[in-house]
Design a protein around this ligand. Structure first.
Ligand SMILES: Nc1ncnc2c1ncn2[C@@H]1O[C@H](COP(=O)(O)OP(=O)(O)OP(=O)(O)O)[C@@H](O)[C@H]1O
Ligand SMILES: [Mg+2]
Length: 361
C-alpha cells in the first residue's frame, strides 16, 4: 500500500501542498518548526481520523482560517481517493467520492503506524494508553470492532449518568446493564484473541531492539475475571458508593514487566523507550501478518534518538516495508544515516510549510 498523492489546504502551517510520493523510504529534513511532523500528522489523520498528538481537529486548522482539507490518492490492491474537510460547522469525509456513512467501511483503507516521542506514554502512562493501542489495532483489523466499542462507550456513559442520580431508575439500569454486558463480552472476546498473537511479536521486537538480556513480559489484565454479568452484579454496592461503573473492558490493562518488575516503575528511560518502540513494531508486524501487506510507517524524530544497536533492531522492519513497496515517512533535523543505510532514501526539504524534493537523493 502506498500514498501516491497528498493534498493539504490550510492544514497547520501548510497553506497548500500538493505532492506525489513513490513507494519507499522518505526522509523529511528541516529545521525545527518547519512542518515535518505536520505532514505525518495529516497522513495519520486520514488513517485513524485522529491526531497522534492527542488534540482536537480545531487546532489543525491553519491560524486565521475556517477549516482544513486533507486529501489523498492511495494505491493498494485497488486505488482510492480520500477527501476530508473539517471546520467547526462542517465535517466531510468521502471515499471514492462517496460520503462515508459507517466508519467500519472506512477504517483499514489506509493503515498507518506512527512512532513518536509520545509513545513513551504506553509504558509510563495510565492503562488507557495501552487500551487505546489494543483498540486501534483491533479497529485496524476487524471492521466490526469500532462500532462495537462506540456502542459500549455510549451505554457506559448512559449507565454512569443513571448511577449518579439520587434515585436510580432500576428498570433503566437493568436494560443498560444488559447492553453493557452484551457489548462488553464481545470486546473482551476480541482482546482475548488478540493478546496471545501480539505478545510474542512484542517480545521478539524487544529482543531485537534492546539486545537486552532481560525478558519483556506482557500480562493482559482484564477487569473481568470470569463472568461480566456476575461480577457486575457483585460490584453493585461499591457502584452505589462511587456512583460509577467500576468494572468492565474500560478498566482493562496490559502490564509490562521487565525481569518480572513493573517496567513503568523500574525500567531505565532507555529501556522504556525500547519497550514503547517494540509495541509499535509489533503493531506493524501484526497488521502485516493479518493483511499480507505492511502498513505505512510514520516515524517522527525517533531514529535520531536511537543508538546504533537499537537502530539495527528497527531496520528489518523498514526493509520489509520497502520490499513490499509500501512506505516509510521519517522526519529528522539532520540526516544521521550512514551512506550504506541511506542509499535508498528519498529526501525532502521541509521549510516553512513547503515540501520539495532534494535533488540527487
Ligand atoms: N494551526 C496552525 N496554524 C498555523 N501554524 C501552525 C498551526 N499548528 C502548528 N503550527 C506551526 O507549524 C509549525 C511546524 O510544526 P511541526 O510540528 O510540523 O514542526 P517540525 O518541523 O516537526 O519541527 P520539530 O523539528 O521541532 O519537530 C510550528 O511553527 C507551529 O507553530
Ligand atoms: Mg516535529
Amino acid at each position: 500500500m502506498h500514498l501516491a498523492h497528498l493534498r493539504l489546504r490550510e492544514f497547520r502551517n501548510y497553506r497548500r501542498l500538493d505532492v506525489d510520493f513513490q513507494p519507499g523510504l522518505h526522509l523529511f529534513l528541516g529545521n525545527n518548526a518547519q512542518g515535518k511532523t505536520n505532514v505525518l500528522e495529516a497522513i495519520y489523520l486520514l488513517a485513524t481520523l485522529r491526531s497522534f498528538r492527542g488534540i482536537g481537529s480545531a487546532q489543525m486548522v491553519r491560524h486565521g482560517q475556517k477549516g482544513f482539507f486533507v486529501g489523498a490518492h492511495l494505491i493498494s490492491q485497488g486505488e482510492h481517493e480520500i477527501k476530508m474537510y473539517w471546520s467547526s460547522q462542517e465535517r466531510k469525509l468521502t471515499l471514492d467520492a462517496n460520503p462515508v456513512q459507517k466508519l467500519s467501511d472506512y477504517f483499514g483503507v489506509l493503515r498507518a503506524v506512527v512512532f513518536c516521542t509520545e509513545d513513551l506514554q504506553l509504558v509510563k502512562g495510565p492503562a488507557s494508553r495501552r487500551r487505546r493501542l489494543l483498540d486501534l489495532l483491533l479497529a485496524q483489523t476487524h471492521p466490526t470492532y469500532l462500532p462495537l466499542l462506540q456502542r459500549y462507550t455510549k451505554v457506559l456513559r448512559s449507565r454512569n449518568i443513571l448511577l449518579k442520580q439520587r434515585t436510580t431508575d432500576e428498570a433503566a439500569l437493568e436494560s443498560f446493564t444488559h447492553e453493557l454486558v452484551n457489548t462488553g463480552n464481545q470486546l473482551l472476546r476480541y482482546r482475548h484473541e488478540l493478546l496471545p498473537r501480539l505478545v510474542p511479536l512484542v517480545r521478539l521486537a524487544y529482543r531485537q531492539i534492546a539486545g537486552d538480556h532481560e525478558e519483556l513480559r506482557l500480562e493482559y489484565q482484564p477487569s473481568i475475571k470470569l463472568d461480566f454479568a456476575v461480577e457486575l452484579a457483585q460490584s453493585r454496592s461499591r457502584e452505589k458508593m462511587f456512583r460509577s461503573t467500576l468494572i468492565g473492558p474500560h478498566r482493562d490493562d496490559v502490564r509490562l514487566l521487565l525481569a518480572d518488575q513493573s517496567a513503568a516503575q523500574f525500567a531505565s528511560e532507555g529501556q522504556k523507550r525500547s519497550i514503547a518502540i517494540s509495541l509499535k513494531i509489533a503493531q506493524a508486524e501484526y497488521l502485516t501478518d493479518i493483511h499480507g501487506t505492511p502498513p505505512i510507517l510514520l516515524v517522527d524524530d525517533i531514529m535520531g534518538e536511537l543508538d546504533v544497536n537499537r537502530r539495527n533492531g528497527f531496520l528489518p522492519l523498514l526493509r520489509t516495508v520497502h520490499q513490499a513497496r509500501s512506505q516509510v515517512f521519517m522526519t529528522a533535523t539532520e540526516e544521521n544515516w550512514s551512506p550504506e543505510e541511506g542509499r535508498e532514501l528519498v529526501r525532502w526539504e521541509v521549510q516553512a510549510g513547503t515540501l520539495r524534493p532534494i535533488s540527487g537523493s
